[in-house]
Design a protein around this ligand. Structure first.
Ligand SMILES: C[S@@+](CC[C@H](N)C(=O)[O-])C[C@H]1O[C@@H](n2cnc3c(N)ncnc32)[C@H](O)[C@@H]1O
Length: 198
C-alpha cells in the first residue's frame, strides 16, 4: 500500500502498523526545529521520522523491533530522499544505543493498550494487562538520552494511566504537559510532551 500525507510519500509493508489516528496525532504535535537530532522508538513505517526529516531534522535514528518495519523505514527514507539522514535499526527499544549520546527530540508511539492479544499484529498495540509494558521500559532509561531542553513526545491511551507517565517524567526532572488529544469511542489518545530541565 502507498499513501501521501503530511507532504511525504509512504509505502506500508504488510506486517507493519499502518499509520493511524495516533500516528497522525504524534506528527501534528511534535515540534521539530531545523538541525535537530531525533530519535524515534517504535517507529513502524517511519512516518514520524520521515516527516521530522522533511521539517529539517539533521539526523534521525529510527528503531523498531519488527525487521519488516526497519526495512519499511529504509524504503520510505529512500522514497523521500532522506536516506543520508534517517538511520533505521531493528532492535528492542533503546537497546542498541550508546548511553549519554543525547538527542534534541525523542518520539515514541508504542503499543499502549491494556490487552494481552496473541495474534501477530498484537506487536502493534498489545502492552500487557496495564498497557504499560513498553512505556515503563522506555521511561526507565529515557534520561540517558536527553540533555537540557530535549523534548520527548510520547503517545498513549487514557486506558494506560497517563498520570503515571506524567509523574515518572516529573520525578526525573521533565516539565510535562498534554500537548494534544484525540477522543475515540472508549478512550482518549494523548501526546505527552516532556521537556528536560535537568
Ligand atoms: C502503535 S505502532 C506505532 C508505529 C508508528 N510509530 C506510527 O506511529 O505509525 C507501535 C510500533 O512499536 C513496535 N514495537 C513493539 N514493541 C517494540 C519494542 N520492544 N521495541 C521497538 N519497537 C517495538 C511495533 O513493531 C510497532 O511498529
Amino acid at each position: 500500500m502507498m499513501m501521501e500525507i503530511f507532504g511525504v510519500k509512504l509505502v506500508i509493508l504488510k506486517s507493519v502498523y499502518p499509520p493511524s489516528d495516533d500516528s497522525y496525532l504524534l506528527v501534528r504535535e511534535m515540534v521539530i526545529n531545523k538541525g535537530d537530532v531525533v530519535l524515534e522508538v517504535c517507529a513502524g513505517t517511519g512516518i514520524a521520522s520521515v516527516v521530522a526529516a522533511s521539517r529539517g531534522a539533521r539526523e534521525v535514528v529510527s528503531i523498531d523491533v519488527n525487521p519488516e518495519a526497519a526495512l519499511n523505514i529504509a524504503i520510505n527514507a529512500v522514497l523521500n530522499g532522506y536516506e543520508d539522514r534517517i538511520h533505521p535499526i531493528c532492535a528492542d527499544l533503546t537497546s542498541p544505543l550508546r548511553p549519554n549520546f543525547t538527542y534534541d527530540v525523542i518520539l515514541i508511539n508504542p503499543p499502549y493498550l491494556p490487552v494481552e492479544d496473541k495474534v501477530d499484529e498484537a506487536l502493534w498495540w498489545s502492552a500487557g494487562v496495564d498497557g504499560r509494558k513498553i512505556i515503563d521500559r522506555f521511561l526507565s532509561n529515557v534520561k540517558d538520552y536527553v540533555k537540557e531542553n530535549s523534548r520527548v513526545y510520547l503517545v498513549q491511551s487514557s486506558l494506560s494511566n497517563v498520570e503515571k507517565t506524567i509523574s515518572y517524567f516529573s520525578k526525573m526532572g521533565f516539565e510535562t504537559r498534554i500537548k494534544g488529544l484525540v477522543h475515540k469511542f472508549f478512550e482518549d489518545i494523548v501526546v505527552v510532551e516532556a521537556v528536560y530541565s535537568g
